[in-house]
Every structure is written in C-alpha cells, then in structure tokens.
Design a protein around this ligand. Structure first.
Ligand code: URA
Length: 210
C-alpha cells in the first residue's frame, strides 16, 4: 500500500489557510501556490539519491554531493497542475516537464485523454505527477496509468495541495506503488466532486476564470 505523506510544515499550513479563504485574490492565490510548491518540492525531494561530484573550493579539492535534476520529470495534469510548476522549478531547475490533459466523458463519467506530451527517455526518469486537488482520484489514477503504459518511468510520486479521503482510496487501490504527498487531507467530497472544506475550483482560482 502506498504512503500518504502529510506535509505539515508550519509555513505550508499557514499559506494553505490563506489560500483557502474565499477573499484571496487571483494574484495572492497564485503567489502563495508558487511559494507552497517550492516548499513542497523541498519535502518531496528529501529522499532523492545523491551523486558524488569532484569540485574545487577556493581552498582545495573536495568531493561534494549533487542531485541529478535532469533525471527528474514533473508531469502536470492540465490545467491546474501547471500552477505547481514554476515554484517546483525553483528547487529543481533542471527537471523536464510533461503534460497530460484529460476530460471527463459526460456519459461514461470516465476520464478521456486529449493531450499527452512527455520528455524523452522517460524510462530513466523519476517522475512527480502534480495536480493541486486529489478529489475523486479518477483523473489522477488515469493519468498515472497512461504514464505507466506509455513510458514506464523509473518511479512515480503524486503531489497535491488537498486530498479527499475518496481520492486517496482510489489512488491507493489503482497504484499501490505511488506515494501521495499533500498539504492536507480534507473531510469529504460534495455531490459535484468538490472537496470540502477545500478551496473551490483550483483552476479557476489560479487562472482567474471565474
Ligand atoms: N477540483 C477542484 O479544482 N476543486 C475541487 O474541490 C475538486 C476538484
């Protein structure tokens, strides 16, 4: 069974509370999401493997440790996932970026892919799939399945801002190998699949579309 990692750093919790407020403007929501993404990327990369690198300080030669950021791919689930990217790239500027677009078929209610674009050599990369809201978990589970089927990455982690218990259950059942990193686990979904208490529609709040 995959693990749920709650990122409970005080700075993360503080910014998340400010973002949830309905009065938060598009501008401040976006800015805080950027800051939060940087802080969350710091936590999610905590166990990344380090390599030796021989360098020379002004004093002498030494062997330091570095992450091979180029082996990392961030995969955004469109469109709200894009709100995570800039902040995460502050921490891992060499990461490659992929995008997956899915919509929900109104009849079957199942996610249908409309866009899939990945960097090359995905089989050699560690992947972090990002989407701010893990609600029903159907899109996230479908996106991870497409990724596994088409690219078979070395490893996959999933990062969101808020998770509903329903979404966690769906993801853990479909992908027991994919750990979930979130800033909060909220109470439940409403009848329209929105997270309660949540923060509303993440895409609309990031892009100012409502
Ligand atoms: N997507 C959102 O943007 N918000 C929710 O609450 C659920 C899914």
């Amino acid at each position: 069974m995959s693990q749920v990692h709650l990122i409970d750093h005080p700075l993360v919790q503080h910014k998340l509370t400010l973002m949830r407020r309905k009065e938060a403007s598009t501008n401040s929501f976006r800015r805080m999401l950027g800051e939060l993404s940087t802080l969350m990327a710091y936590e999610i990369t905590r166990d990344f493997p380090l390599q030796d690198l021989e360098i020379e300080t002004p004093m002498e030669k030494m062997v330091g440790k570095v992450i091979d950021g180029k082996k990392l791919a961030l995969v955004s689930i469109l469109r709200a996932g894009n709100g995570f990217l800039d902040g995460m790239l502050n921490v891992v500027p060499g990461a490659r970026i992929g995008h997956i677009g899915l919509y929900r078929d109104p009849e079957t209610l199942q996610p249908v892919e409309y866009y899939f674009k990945m960097p090359d050599n995905m089989g050699e990369r560690d992947v972090i799939v990002v989407d701010p809201m893990l609600a029903t978990g159907n899109s996230a589970a479908a996106a991870v399945q497409q990724l596994k089927d088409k690219c078979a990455p070395k490893s996959i982690k999933f990062m969101c801002l808020l998770a509903a218990p329903e979404g966690i259950k769906t993801m853990q059942a479909a992908h027991p190998d994919v750990d979930i990193y979130t800033a909060a686990v909220d109470r439940q979904l409403n009848d329209h699949g929105y997270i309660l208490p949540g923060l509303g529609d993440a895409g609309d709040r990031i892009f100012g579309t409502k």
